[in-house]
Design a protein around this ligand. Structure first.
Ligand SMILES: [Zn+2]
Length: 289
């Protein structure tokens, strides 16, 4: 497989993590309430820049034998560091028309932008023509509310405006194929959507179970391994930081208690691994399959 994709099995289900690309965000957006020195030391230990955090976009392809499901679609080609998802799918033998279900953990542009194509004269069109697009109803309601308010996010104001307008455009283009869910539900056999609010009001985690093996997809409930080591460190992209923290803790406890494989969309590629409790609090990220 070429760099940017990694295939593994959860029970009977073939899983492939596919990189759509990445973004470099200011560290202050990713860790707005972290102490400056403590953050610098933590990034230093990881060999990372103090100023910018490389945040990969990692989508998950599931092939159950009957169903082809894509979890999140990446940002798409609106940035010069993203837009690889269709090529990655093609190399994996998947054509856009083969995808039966696209599930969005939430409606931020880096998760839904790759599901629409703007090069058509008709305007934005769904990239996966035969798919149903599954998302939480609370997510749809939030972004389509005239009161949709991003003031609580601790990122730059231009980024907030871009998120609002791109999300609106994409959801509008997908509206005829959207399937909105309002509770924990099995999307296809073995794959459950779990309400995991905080990052956004309708944020979902995903739990894949097959033959006694489990993979918990955190979506953006944690966007960097340091959010596990320091669960009190907020993510500036969270709309409701307190609720996001409660959700993050609950998902981590579930993952540790059940020895689950874990995936997180923005963690260093291939974005899969395990978690373990740390002495003194928080969790350790152990990458790899
Ligand atoms: Zn994201």
């Amino acid at each position: 497989m070429p760099a940017g994709s990694h295939r593994f099995q959860v029970g009977n289900v073939w899983c492939t993590v596919l990189s759509d690309g990445y973004v470099a965000n200011p560290a202050s957006w990713c860790f707005p309430n972290a102490g400056e020195l403590e953050l610098a030391a933590a990034l230093e230990r990881r060999g990372s820049s103090h100023d910018h955090i490389i945040s990969p976009y990692t989508c998950l392809l599931l092939e159950t034998g009957r169903e082809i499901v894509l979890a999140d679609a990446g940002l798409g080609d609106s940035s010069h560091t993203s837009g690889a998802i269709l090529a990655r799918l093609e190399v994996s033998g998947i054509r856009p028309q083969d995808v039966g279900t696209v599930v969005f953990t939430h409606a931020h542009p880096d998760h839904i932008g790759g599901a629409v194509n703007g090069r058509d004269r008709l305007g934005l069109q769904p990239v996966f023509p035969n798919a149903r697009y599954v998302m939480a109803e609370a997510e749809w309601d939030f972004w389509n509310s005239p009161r949709a308010d991003l003031r609580s996010m601790r990122i730059g104001s231009e980024a907030k405006s871009a998120i609002l307008s791109v999300t609106h455009e994409c959801l509008h283009a997908l509206r005829h194929q959207l399937e909105l869910i309002d509770r924990e539900i099995e999307i296809v056999p073995g794959l459950r959507a779990l309400p995991a609010p905080g990052h956004t009001p309708g944020h979902l985690a995903l739990l894949l179970a097959s033959e006694g093996r489990q993979l918990l997809h955190l979506g953006d409930a944690a966007t960097h391994p340091l959010h596990l080591e320091h669960p009190e460190w907020e993510n500036g992209f969270d709309l409701e930081p307190d609720r996001a923290l409660t959700t993050r803790r609950a998902l981590m406890e579930q993952a540790v208690a059940n020895d689950m494989h874990v995936m997180a969309f923005h963690f260093p590629f291939p974005s899969v691994g395990h978690v373990a409790s740390r002495n003194g609090g928080g969790w350790e990220w152990m990458p790899g399959w």
